[in-house]
Design a protein around this ligand. Sequence first.
Ligand code: ADP
Ligand code: MG
Ligand code: ZN
Length: 638
Amino acid sequence: MTARKEKQPKTPKIPDGPGIWTQLAVAFAVFVLLSAGYSFIREYISAEKQTVAISQIASDITAGSIESISVQGDSITAVYTDKSEKTSRKESEASLTETLSKFDIPSARLAAVKITVADEGGLRFWFLTLVPILVPALLLLGVLWYLTRQMKGGGMQAFSFGRSMARLISPDDGAQKVTFKDVAGAKEAKVELLEIVDFLKNPKKFIQIGARIPKGVLLMGAPGTGKTLLARAVAGEAGVPFFSISGSEFVEMFVGVGASRVRDLFQTAKKAAPAIIFMDEIDAVGRVRGSGVGGGNDEREQTLNQILVEMDGFEPNEKVIVMAATNRPDVLDPALLRPGRFDRRVMIDLPDRKDREDILEVHARTKPFGPDVKLSVIAERTPGFSGADLANLMNEAAILAAREDRTEIAQYDLIRSIEKVMLGPERRSHVLNVKEKEITAYHEAGHALVASVLPYADPVHKISIISRGRAAGYTLKLPFEDRKMQSRKEFLDDIAVSLGGYIAENLVFGDITTGASNDLQVLTNLARNMVERYGMSDKMGPIAFAAGAQRAMFGEGVEGGEVSQEVQSQLDGEVKRIILDAHKKAEHIITTHRKALNAIAEKLVEVETLERDAFEDILIANGITPKKKEDIEHAPLA
Ligand code: ADP
Ligand code: MG
Ligand code: ZN
């Protein structure tokens, strides 16, 4: 079964712009253009007046053609009697009168010229002095600012590694808003979470009466059951900011960053209170500490410690609620589950038939459906599907309809999508040769036949020898009802059904192919669980030998999972006995109903896919009564 990759809300990011070299080139071009423009203007300003030597000025004074002279720093502007202007420069150290005195100008002529000394701080002076310095400096600053902004937005997180990296969904963001209406089923979980919503909305009510509000809520459930969705719905219902970060993001990229990210995240959230902090997939950081299995990861432990410290460090009246989600609550560090931390635990189960119908309806809202569509039928045929699987199914159906240029989704699209989601896409191009086709047909016929005869096996819905995903063919069995529990008799029949393919191949062709290897793996696991986990072997008794084994993988060393060699060999013996018993049972069925086996296999080679009705016709023709819903319901539970 495929769980859809989770869709995380994202704050809009600056789209990846052109590469850094292009940007630098553009900046450089702008710089060159500006400086060229500047020098042009500068030249133009100077060019409007003729520049002459100081001796020229002196002789013009002697000639009496100059009316006045203004001095500004070292530059001299002479205004002639005809109102024309000429500029010149004098030596820096000497004053104008000193300079002119060297030229033997008659004093009467000199006295007639009005000499003014202008302030050096004229606007033009400042302009001319500052622009050559300021323009490049401003340009440089601008480029730097632009680049850093790009880096923050883009992938270069190197420049912000202490920051929390949490995504924020603000309550006013209509497009991303999710409410309880968008979450179908999960009634108990919603009831629990309503309390949290209530607190975030009216914290006063709770604080006044002295109630202690949970700081942490842990959502637990199989992948795709809607944990992330529910957390967002709580934020949406309460209308508070929602800071979301996934466990693996804490530990990303730089060592020592996880802890500071946690600190930053809590600080930001407190400033925005009331708010929700959501840590998705918390098992990535929250695993049992100090195990050494899988490499002691200091970074992860420090991050976890920081989470614990932060959760202890804020008071309930700070109005920040920490939510977390995991599908592995069993591996979490016990310290996380202590009261005062994630003490509220909400379990989200796989949806039952009614819930599945509701979930399908939620995802059907935006899609056009044909008149023949009955979502209740689809819900009935999808036991074990998670919310994500159902959403995926709806999407696949829409894609199928669009590919065939229809504007409405038909029931047939939905039915085909069930198998696609369950088993992967059909691989019609993966053609079996004639021999392989025959072997596959007998193999699947073997499964189907055993399943039809044994009382506790699920009825066969469909058989096919078109390869799908990794399997060459498949037999689709579906229970009539959702099951929360499975019995020993059901397991034993399941093992026999799994062996059906192997036995049929061996019996008909006198040989075994690798096609049965997956079946063998599955049934061996099942038998081992029966003996070691569920206490379903009379000889070994009601002992869960494997109880500690799972833990041992992720945490508390290897203690608890070990049994003595003697017990281990007894366990192996029991597993073997269960499988051999099932083998005997299945072999007996296949040999007694050999004619039915041949009929099913031959039909399969011919048509490749048999639906339930066609299959049951073959059974009846060979004297086997197909299972009816009532038979299963009245069968006593073992
Ligand atoms: P989890 O976090 O438990 O792995 P998600 O919350 O990411 O699962 O669910 C993935 C998608 O599956 C959601 O975005 C939604 O489209 C769909 N989904 C899951 N559960 C439900 C539900 N109860 N109602 C409606 N849609 C659901
Ligand atoms: Mg999730
Ligand atoms: Zn098989």
